[in-house]
Design a protein around this ligand. Structure first.
Ligand code: 26V
Length: 751
């Protein structure tokens, strides 16, 4: 049956007579039915991508595109007087991730299915996901974010698994979501939940009783871990996910003919950061229960697991107190002790042991010893891991370390987010790039073609107008017409340095007040959530929101410079923002951003990067060429050296650089105090002057110069369009299809 027939059937009567809810569900059921038909029988080896986060975004449009029925359904609806956009907007976004790490997992699942590989995601079905962000009194407030009710895509599985915690057991129930590859197969995302969860225990904002695990286990993604109760709940979540996941893997492998001592021929388990690391001891435990001896179980698991590291920030590398794990998952403690004991006997280096002298379990250390592959997520990141952060391990296992530069799925970030640009690219170079992203290189031949360059600018303007209207509708904020759209949209973290961006904007404000008008009007867009317990990150949001108001109310300034901070930045918002961006801010302190993936989404849509030589920016620089990217700031070697010798004194910069002092002092200026919170603003100012751990001041001048230059260059439309074209044509390498081909070639070896 065609999609048209299916939708008609599910509607049960004339489409034009159905209400929106009925039509939405008919589309969802059609997608599910066609998905069912495309599912393939599983045999042999299968990938299990286990992750605490899958930031999949809305599914309706993506699934229609990937099934190849988008145009058909759109036409059917419009023939019946209905606009497909309405149904796209009806879907609640599953907010099952924080940022890059979760979104990467979602892009990977898309590519695995598209490349016709057998592989599922394994994770948790958080009822409220990540919090919903609202702004009140120029502050971030958190609210729950229910998404399950309206989705329609999640299907209950019959399978359940018992998970034994120290003091009680729960039944893990499996839910499945179809992962539809582009003109490819259909895999699944398997999300575990428990029936006893009680959404009603969430009271004010996102507050709830953190101790009642049977009621709260799968309510939120990463509940506040600023206190022991929150951390304990997170440990429960992790063990819940890996224990149910390990049972599922063993179950499925056995049904495909596995005898367990050959598990690695039937399963490859990619551990996405350390959140799922307990799967290593849990699998060993389960295999020994099923009769393998410990030595064999350890070897089988080592050959089945592979670990991806996503950060060098030591505070983000998980260490669990052994006391916690004794309470949560006593069954794996003796296994971890055996694993640690073997390491201690094998290597005379306390830095590579698993349990340290403070009785803390270093999850990454366990992963590195007991998996077959360790990878970083961009070339620079992997080099830093090998030469600095994980050097002691690299010397033991040089062959285990490898790089897999991140990628993004072009289906969502080009075809879905920017149909206008996609259609134009097809006109120019045919549709081969839709299956083989490298074909975007063919665009280079249009570099001097005025007609093509003009069209690129027109399309960008179309996307900017659409965004302008959307933001006005959602937040009643005006973006400056004919301005440079400059964007920094990513999680709020000091190392990403939204504060550096804000200092630039304050400096620009002063320049305007002194009569120095920017060469083009600027709309500076921010989108960022801060972790609920991350005080300074919330202070930075407060600063940006106060600046937004001050600029807006100042007539002299507001026609040249505007800030728009979007509320509740998420995947759906990103899809609207990215195609409309002129300048993309990728300004992390060199060495700190493992890769970044937003950077890739922007260049694919003709945005030009203003960035440091960090993460994947380094490889983007190589692909797009130095004339087409604005690089500034100290490089990673300088930064790493500066940390080592402890020579950085922010107060010296503050005292000696007038611009820096002027901008920093403005944080607690009278104008700010009138609308801002004194405690937050003073704290932030002090933090910068006395600590500035992520070294914003040393990069300030070169950042200012680079940003001013980019804004000035923007006025030369023809030259700017050339940059856009070179960015799009150089972006093919950053397709997640390429990344997944490399994972499969080097680590997974799926047929
Ligand atoms: C987590 C935390 C949590 C505790 C406070 C400090 C802190 C700092 C960083 C993180 C990030 C954890 C891992 C993560 O999300 N990494 C991101 O992974 C992306 C996909 O590989 C990559 O593009 C980003 O550069 C990297 O930050």
């Amino acid at each position: 049956m065609t999609a048209t027939q299916l939708i008609k059937n599910y509607c049960g009567r004339e489409i034009s007579l159905c209400n929106d809810g009925e039509i939405y569900m008919a589309i969802v059921r059609t997608i599910r039915e066609i998905g069912r038909q495309r599912r393939k029988k599983e045999s042999g080896k299968k990938l299990y991508y286990i992750s605490a986060e899958f930031l999949i975004g809305r599914l309706l449009t993506n699934n229609l595109i990937n099934l190849g029925i988008y145009d058909e359904v759109k036409k059917l609806l419009s023939d019946n007087g209905k606009d497909i956009e309405k149904y796209e907007e009806m879907e609640a976004e599953p907010s099952l991730g924080n940022g890059g790490l979760g979104r990467l997992a979602a892009c990977f699942l898309d590519s695995v299915a598209t490349l016709d590989l057998c592989g599922d995601g394994v994770g948790i079905n958080y009822h409220f996901g990540l919090f919903k962000q609202v702004f009140r009194d120029n502050l971030q407030k958190e609210e729950k974010n229910p998404w399950l009710l309206d989705s329609g895509f999640l299907e209950k599985d019959e399978k359940t698994y018992k998970v034994d915690f120290g003091d009680f057991s729960v039944l893990a129930r499996l839910y499945n979501l179809d992962i539809v590859g582009y003109m490819g197969r259909v895999n699944k995302l398997r999300l575990f939940d428990i029936d006893t969860v009680d959404e009603k225990i969430v009271k004010e904002g996102i507050a709830f009783d953190k101790t009642d695990i049977e009621k709260n286990l799968t309510l939120f993604l990463y509940p506040d871990d600023s206190d022991d109760k929150g951390r304990l709940l997170r440990a429960y979540q992790q063990y819940f996910m890996v224990s149910a996941g390990a049972q599922l893997i063993i179950d499925e492998c056995e049904s495909r003919g596995c005898k367990l001592y050959d598990l690695y021929d039937y399963a490859v388990i990619q551990i996405n950061d350390t959140h799922p690391s307990m799967i290593i001891p849990e699998l060993i435990r389960l295999l020994t229960k099923k009769g393998l001896n410990v030595d064999d179980a350890i070897e089988v698991v080592r050959k089945s697991c592979a670990y991806t590291n996503h950060t060098i920030l030591s505070e983000a590398l998980e260490k669990w107190e052994i006391g916690f794990i004794k309470k949560v998952a006593p069954g794996i403690v003796p296994i971890i002790e055996i694993l640690d004991d073997r390491v201690r006997r094998g290597f005379d280096d306390s830095l590579v042991s698993i349990i340290d002298n403070n009785e803390k379990i270093h999850m990454a250390n366990m992963d590195i010893h007991y998996s077959k592959s360790v990878n970083g997520v961009a070339a620079l990141h992997t080099e830093i891991l090998k030469n600095t952060e994980l050097n002691n391990f690299y010397r033991i296992y040089p062959d285990k370390f490898n790089n897999k530069t991140n990628g993004i799925t072009f289906r969502r970030w080009l075809y879905q987010a920017n149909p206008e640009l996609t259609a134009f690219l097809k006109e120019l170079i045919g549709d081969g790039f839709m299956k083989n992203a490298n074909e975007l290189e063919k665009l280079k031949k249009y570099k001097e073609d005025k007609g093509v360059l003009t069209r690129l600018i027109q399309i960008k303007n179309t996307k900017k107008v659409q965004l302008k209207e959307y933001i006005f509708k959602m937040q009643n904020r005006e973006m400056l017409a004919e301005s440079v759209f400059d964007m920094q949209i990513k999680r709020l973290h000091e190392y990403k340095r939204q504060q550096l961006n804000a200092l630039y904007l304050i400096d620009k404000y002063f320049e305007i007040k002194e009569g120095e008008i920017p060469e083009a009007p600027i709309t500076a867009v921010f989108g960022a959530k801060a972790a609920p317990a991350y005080t300074i990150a919330k202070d930075i949001i407060h600063l940006i929101l106060c600046l937004e108001k001050i600029f807006l109310s100042d007539k002299e300034v507001s026609e040249h410079l505007k800030i728009v901070m979007v509320e509740n930045y998420n995947v759906s918002y990103a899809e609207k923002l990215i195609p409309a961006c002129d300048i993309s801010e990728q300004i992390s302190l060199a060495s700190k951003e493992a890769s970044g993936t937003g950077n890739m989404k922007f260049i694919l849509n003709g945005g030009v990067i203003l960035g440091t030589m960090d993460g994947a920016n380094v490889e983007i620089y190589e692909k797009v060429g130095k004339e087409n990217i604005y690089i500034f700031g100290d490089d990673s070697e300088t930064v790493i050296k500066r940390y080592k010798d402890g020579s950085y004194k922010p107060s010296e910069f503050y005292e000696n650089n007038k611009r820096i002092k002027r901008a920093v002092d403005f944080i607690t200026d009278e104008k700010m105090m009138q609308i801002g919170n004194e405690i937050c603003l003073s704290r932030l100012k002090n933090e910068l002057i006395n600590k500035d751990y992520f070294m914003t001041f040393p990069d300030f001048e070169s950042y200012k110069n680079a940003r001013d230059k980019a804004i000035s260059d923007y006025n030369n439309k023809n030259e700017w369009a050339k940059k856009m074209l070179m960015n799009i044509s150089g972006s093919g390498y950053f397709s997640s299809d390429r990344t997944i081909e490399e994972y499969n070639r080097d680590i997974w070896h799926l047929k």
